[in-house]
Design a protein around this ligand. Structure first.
Ligand code: NAI
Length: 398
């Protein structure tokens, strides 16, 4: 991607606390860019609407001008969205991912000293999760128990496919394709190689569902072997046996280790031995659970950044929701959106600005200057409102 010195970036404040966290985030991001490049580079921000406010103004929660702006700029920073009742869309975020084919939900999870954590050694957590964003339960079909449709599906399966499903069942289908899985895993491996990461772990429930979850694992190893054979080694090759749980995180120089873990075991590993893991590639539902669980280990959703990436477009977003319980009170933590901004700067190749922004957040947190979601749990913390936290980060990044 060739990036001009003044690229256009779309920002979507969103709903609830979105319009509160967006201005401090922009202030901090701009300060980091100015600090890194003087005036030689700057972002050109264009506002676009989605969610409840867009529904009120445009009659659609995802108006065409907003999609056109993202397609033009190719990069957007998004606040949380409330899916308005009666909007005709089950989830706005899912709709946006589907329309723009943003097939990977990427969540880096690392610890910032000063932040309260339930772990004894949260500093051992440094993970990047790549969650498949378009298939599995996101592309699922369901039929409600007792409806003629459900009965028809059940009878077909029982009579034609040798199944034995009780007739009073609800039925769901979760498709996972070769194409959808491989492109996600390919992106995760490429990321690991580009960023000097040590391993990519395929997380699945293949012991139970062989042709969806199990296939995700198999296709993952195929991608590694066929497309990255010179730069990857499997854990089995390293240890000489399948499912070696003794891979200790030490990787041969210049190689990325590819291994796999069953999802329930991976949850345990996440808590007991996070230092052994690095990049995770996950199917949609496993990734949903694991992303929030991982974020909770290092301070919760208020600080967890995220991105939705496809081959054409990238939408960086706060991972939390609209937090209606604290909206309008200057209590929201803008950290998630600021750190999503740092991911956006890296995506543009502006590494110096991204480093600067992350270091600024780290310094403010280390000084125990915290928003109300975190401050009460840290002795001696200075409590800052949303705007003051943004200003503090901007001052450090400048
Ligand atoms: P939520 O993330 O909005 O809130 C959960 C809890 O975390 C609340 O107690 C809230 O106060 C707190 N919280 C969240 N973000 C925070 C922040 N930045 N600083 C401090 N505290 C924070 O989740 P909830 O309540 O389940 O959803 C509310 C609405 O948000 C729903 O309409 C939902 O659909 C939407 N939502 C949108 C998302 C998106 O746009 N990506 C993601 C999740 C939910």
């Amino acid at each position: 991607m060739s990036v001009p010195d003044r690229p256009e970036v779309v920002f979507i404040p969103g709903d609830g606390i979105g319009p509160e966290v967006m201005p401090p985030a922009i202030e901090a991001i701009d300060a980091a860019v100015r600090g890194a490049y003087g005036g030689a580079r700057a972002l050109r921000w264009t506002e676009a609407w989605a969610g409840k406010r867009a529904m009120a103004e445009h009659g659609s929660p995802l108006p065409e001008p907003t999609l056109a702006a993202i397609r033009r700029a190719r990069v957007a920073l998004k606040g949380p969205l409330e899916t308005p009742v009666g909007g005709g869309i089950r989830s706005l975020n899912v709709a946006l991912r589907k329309i723009l084919d943003l097939y990977a939900c990427v969540r880096p999870v690392r610890y910032y000293p000063g932040v309260p954590s339930p772990m004894r050694h949260p500093e051992r957590v440094d993970l990047v999760l790549f969650r498949e964003n378009t298939e599995d339960v996101y592309a699922g079909y369901e039929w409600q128990e007792g409806t003629p449709e459900a009965l028809r599906v059940i009878r077909f399966l029982n009579q034609e496919m040798a199944c034995s499903i009780p007739e009073d069942s609800g039925v769901g289908i979760k498709p996972m394709s070769v194409t959808g899985s491989k492109r996600l895993i390919r992106m995760a491996i490429r990321y690991a190689l580009d960023r000097g990461r040590r391993s990519v772990t395929l997380v699945h429930k293949g012991n139970i569902m062989k042709y969806t979850e199990g296939a995700f694992r198999r296709w993952g190893y195929e991608v590694a072997a066929r497309e990255f054979s010179e730069h990857t080694v499997t854990e089995a090759e390293l240890r000489g046996r399948e499912h070696g749980s003794d891979y200790d995180g030490v990787t041969p120089p210049g190689a990325v280790v590819v291994n796999d873990r069953i999802a329930d075991a991976m949850f345990q590993e996440l808590i007991l031995r996070p230092e052994r893991y690095d990049v995770l590639a996950l199917s949609n539902l496993n990734g949903d659970y694991m992303s929030d669980a991982a974020a909770a280990l290092v301070g919760g959703l208020g600080l967890a950044p995220g991105a939705n990436l496809g081959d054409e477009y990238a939408v960086f977003e706060a991972t939390h929701g609209t937090a209606p319980d604290i909206a309008g009170q200057d209590r929201a933590n803008p950290g998630s959106l600021i750190l999503s901004g740092a991911m956006m700067l890296r995506h543009l190749g502006w590494e110096e600005a991204a480093d600067r922004l992350e270091a600024a957040v780290a310094r403010v947190l280390a000084a125990r200057r915290l928003t109300p979601d975190l401050a009460p749990r840290v002795p001696g913390a200075e409590q800052l409102g949303t705007r003051a936290f943004g200003r503090a980060v901007a001052a450090e990044a400048a």
